[in-house]
Design a protein around this ligand. Structure first.
Ligand code: UD1
Length: 356
């Protein structure tokens, strides 16, 4: 029996690494890489480090508008599906790759499983929000990381095939945390544990909006702490386009570096004093690592972290970013909403019961 995973962007490689390992013993697997992320730092390094089998297909779609990316992927994935005839297609998260894989499989009436189903930011201006909704509504198996995500689906009348499994990113984080400690990333960057902030920005709402990006840059320049900023190519491009790059680069306390591998980044997060990010995955990883998170978005899919007092939403508001970076301290005891590292097992059990 063949299970096909469709991946294409950095966080999907991580999620897929966790699950393909669990499924390996029982199923033949095919990995399709759409090519949405193609830089070595955003793609290949994850396959190497997390021992993910090389993709059976690389569709080489690359960059472009949302319509271009999804359209090209849809056509190419359909061809692979027709050729390989898998019993089940798995898609991950909320990227353009996710929705393309979902549409291709469901139009061919192939069973579709969505890993990380039910997340909602309640902000339809995010391309990812449309991807989440469409993917969930055409999935047969919806693997939800949290109770909130199950409830979100119920509110949209999606109740068949919904499973609370826990979070696959937590599985891999717990497995790799010790190994990541061997990384020498702190020494290489001249950092001391708990004496720096980690910054990441890549959401279209922040990078493609000059005002928002300016406000974030202004805030970073005002914060008087050592910061490490592994920069996404989208963000580097936008900073250069708007003329902000040099100002940021010349600010001595901000270390702008290339995107890091999974293990280096895990160690960097684990030893950070705080994390400033607009990434969904990093908000959750920060929580599991017990690092306070300041989220550069107005809404989040991980409300439980905010309710627990470990995450604060500041959007792209300069004053709030500066204030919260100085003052925010977690107040709540952590609830274990993301599972204890058994999500992949739970997902496999569901797949076993459906396919056998
Ligand atoms: C995508 C996902 C986002 C996810 C993120 C993880 C969508 C709509 N967005 O955002 O949900 O959190 O990946 O990183 O699917 N680029 C490169 N090299 C690469 C890849 C991209 O230079 O390897 C540049 C290109 O200029 C491209 C831009 O980054 O146009 C944006 O890439 P894209 O894949 O559209 O979205 P991300 O911002 O990476």
């Amino acid at each position: 029996m063949i299970i096909m995973s469709v991946v294409g962007a950095r966080p999907q490689f991580v999620k897929c690494a966790a699950l393909t390992e669990e499924l390996r013993r029982s199923y033949d697997q095919i990995i399709v890489h759409t090519g949405q992320h193609y830089d070595y730092n955003l793609s290949e390094v994850f396959f190497e480090e997390l021992h993910i089998p090389k993709p059976d297909y690389n569709l080489g779609v690359g960059s472009g508008t949302n319509g271009y990316q999804i359209g090209q992927m849809l056509m190419s994935i359909e061809n692979v599906l027709i050729k390989e005839k898998p019993e089940l297609v798995l898609v991950y998260g909320d990227t353009n790759t996710t929705v393309a894989g979902a549409l291709a499989a469901s139009k061919l009436h192939i069973q579709l499983g969505h890993v990380e189903a039910g997340l909602r930011y309640l902000d339809r201006s995010m391309p990812e929000e449309i991807n989440r909704i469409l993917t969930d509504h055409c999935s047969d198996l919806l693997f939800c990381p949290t109770k909130t995500s199950v409830n979100n689906l119920h509110k949209e009348s999606v109740s068949q095939g919904v499973y609370l499994t826990g979070d696959v990113m937590v599985d891999i984080l717990l497995r790799q945390k010790k190994i990541a400690e061997k990384s020498n990333v702190l020494e290489a960057l001249g950092l001391k544990s708990k004496q720096y902030l980690v910054v990441t920005v890549h959401r279209a709402g922040n990078t493609d909006n000059r005002e928002n990006l300016k406000s974030i840059v202004d805030a970073l320049c005002q914060i008087d702490q050592t910061m490490v900023f592994p920069i996404h190519p989208r963000t580097e491009g936008a900073l250069k386009r708007y003329g902000f790059y040099r100002r940021l680069k010349e600010t001595n306390k901000i270390k702008i570096i290339k995107p890091l591998s999974y293990l280096d980044f895990l160690k960097l997060m684990n030893h950070a004093q705080k994390i400033l990010t607009d990434s969904g995955g990093i908000q959750k990883e920060a929580y599991v690592l017990k690092v306070p998170c300041i989220t550069l978005l107005e809404t989040t899919g991980w409300d439980e972290i905010v309710e627990d007092g470990w995450n604060v939403l500041v959007g792209a508001n300069k004053a709030k970013i500066v204030k919260m970076t100085q003052e925010f301290e977690p107040r709540g005891k952590q609830r274990e909403d993301f599972g204890k590292g058994e999500a992949c097992k739970n997902i496999k059990n569901v797949i076993d019961s459906v396919l056998k």
